[in-house]
Write a protein that binds this ligand. Structure first.
Ligand SMILES: *Cc1c(COP(=O)(O)O)cnc(C)c1O
Length: 419
């Protein structure tokens, strides 16, 4: 059983076989040189120290070779995105054919909806979570309007029940059971950004497919946090950013997954550019468009190598450690965090994230009574970096790559005094 003491937290750090990873990141510091207590890896992951060297390599090769770097660089830029595919596929539980790194998240959602949101006059509605991330909501609303539908009428929200915070899968089942004939697409956050709830993706795919609806998953809060096993889940598509748990830097490129069952379907509607044209004949130029199989068949442009170099630096760390080890530490770290918070004798805060480790990633969402934002402000003044999400939640994500049990202990000690 856990204990609420500094000694015990330090003991857990000693026993943690991933504790050496922290030193491989830059941890922001206060003016006195103390490490910040950083709990916002769910918003922007910290910088691996080796990132600089990966980017520098490409700058050097650009300086040295100019355009010839596409073939002559130590890591040739022509196939550079392929260097990321295997590691990324492992992280989300996919086959390499099913994954590519390209664009940014919302852009990828749109490109995927070009192919997988094919509404008819009667079957056109889209289901999202009632507190879906705003960008996802805007994206689906604009897709509805683009196809000539009313954005309000065409959107179905899967809501928590009255007086509850979390979603129940039976409620999604009921929606799809009753209205499935009108629903074209389910687009659901695999881990909800607000509550931290990790939904049963496989079950969602089964529910949608039973009524011939396409199923897409936003994994912004899942990739590098939980192990979504995308291939086995059977979902049609997914997308995620890499600057949160995947530590690739602000605004960096995103991941895209298209299930193998669609890999060779050349009939799917999609947008085209030279980068989803057959690799073998791409540079023969005056060729008719011939789409590539798999996820690469959704690319449009030649990608930004400097951003990909940063992703590669991070993925190499994930490759070395592996998701199973990270996930094992994560369950323990967040479990300890939860335990410590539950020791505080107060009714001013409440954790709304599921207590079952199988139904959450590393994040805990702490709901504050009367939406008192000053608590978050005071945490920040104490160099505890969390984030406030309207209407009333402080999100805290202890990340197994670089957060320690001591971080979590110190954070809760300060939280206690503030309450
Ligand atoms: C972070 C996040 C986004 C951000 O989208 P970008 O296109 O990368 O700016 C979108 N959706 C969800 C669910 C997110 O968590």
């Amino acid at each position: 059983m856990y204990k609420p003491t500094l000694d015990y937290a330090q003991q857990l750090d000693k026993e943690d076989n991933l504790s050496h990873l922290r030193a491989q990141f830059y941890i922001p510091k206060d003016t006195k040189g103390n490490d910040w207590l950083y709990f916002t890896g769910n918003s922007l992951g910290l910088q691996p120290k080796q990132t600089q060297q990966y980017i520098q390599q490409e700058l050097d090769d650009w300086a040295k070779y100019g355009v010839e770097g596409h073939f002559e660089a130590r890591n040739p830029w022509m196939p550079y995105h392929e260097f990321l595919t295997n590691s990324m596929a492992k992280i989300v539980g996919a086959k390499p054919l099913e994954v590519v790194v390209m664009n940014t998240l919302t852009t990828n959602l749109h490109l995927l909806m070009v192919s997988f949101y094919q509404p008819t006059k009667t079957k056109y509605k889209i289901v999202i979570e009632s507190d879906a991330f705003p960008s996802d909501r805007y994206a689906v609303q604009s897709q509805l309007e683009f196809h000539g539908f009313d954005a309000e009428e065409g959107l179905i929200a899967w809501k928590p029940r009255e007086g509850e915070e979390l979603l129940r899968i039976e409620d999604l089942e009921k929606i799809v059971d009753e209205q499935g004939d009108e629903i074209a697409l389910l687009l659901i956050g695999g881990v909800n950004y607000y509550t931290g709830q990790y939904l049963d993706i496989k079950r969602i795919a089964e529910i949608g497919h039973a009524k011939n609806c396409m199923v897409g998953i936003d994994l912004a809060h899942g990739a590098g946090n939980i192990s979504p096993e995308l291939h086995d889940s059977g979902v049609d598509f997914a997308a995620w950013c890499t600057y949160k748990y995947l530590n690739s830097g602000p605004g960096s490129l995103a991941g895209l997954f298209v299930h193998e069952k669609h890999a060779h379907n050349k009939e799917l509607p999609r947008f085209a550019g030279w980068w989803n044209h057959n690799k073998e004949t791409r540079f023969n130029m005056r060729q008719p468009f011939d789409v590539m199989p798999g996820a690469e068949g959704w690319q449009l442009s030649n990608p930004p190598i400097l951003s990909m170099a940063a992703i590669r630096a991070s993925l190499d760390m994930f490759e070395e450690v592996g998701m199973p080890a990270l996930r094992a530490k994560s369950e323990k770290l967040t479990g300890y965090f939860e335990y410590l918070i539950n020791q505080i004798d107060t009714d001013r805060i409440k954790i709304i994230t599921p207590s079952n480790p199988k139904e959450r990633g590393c994040q805990l969402s702490i709901q504050v009574q009367n939406a008192d934002k000053s608590l978050h402000q005071k945490l920040t003044e104490n160099n505890i970096i969390t984030d406030w999400r309207e209407p009333d939640v402080i999100r805290c994500a202890p990340v197994p790559m670089y957060n320690s049990f001591e971080d979590v202990y110190r954070m809760v000690e300060i939280l206690k005094t503030l309450l």
